[in-house]
Design a protein. Structure first.
Length: 129
């Protein structure tokens, strides 16, 4: 799964709190921003994950969108590794399937992680460690 986008995401070393802020911004902030978003705005703007809109609101940049997608793919791969019946978002399942990280189960009740998927998780875990 490693590519230049993923490596850039992994090298920025976002915290769980920063990822939570990205998720909240991605879902759309209505009115006042949460404390989580407020405390992470400066860093996430500086790293170009989010940007101010003309109306003063916050939105994800392409880099921010890619970062969340990659995180969702990694989380999805972990979920399938621990429980083949885990539900995946359609875009995540499509991407992981195209990349050969998961394969549909013959009974149609979920996915199996492939050897390539296990290798990718091991690489991600060793890079994070």
């Amino acid at each position: 799964m490693a590519n230049s986008t993923e490596e850039a995401v992994m090298n920025d070393g976002l915290t769980r709190d920063e990822y939570d802020a990205l998720e909240q911004i991605g879902k759309g902030t209505h009115g006042r921003v949460s404390a989580c978003v407020a405390r992470n705005t400066k860093r996430l703007t500086g790293l170009k994950f989010i940007a101010y809109e003309k109306n003063g609101g916050l939105s994800l940049t392409e880099k921010g969108q890619q970062t969340l997608f990659i995180r969702n793919c990694i989380d999805g791969l972990r979920a399938i590794a621990s429980d083949p019946a885990s539900k995946l978002a359609a875009d995540v399942a499509l991407f992981l399937g195209k990349k050969g990280h998961i394969s549909p189960r013959p009974a149609g009740d979920g996915f199996d992680i492939t050897d390539k998927g296990r290798e990718s998780l091991a690489d991600i875990d060793s890079a994070a460690g």
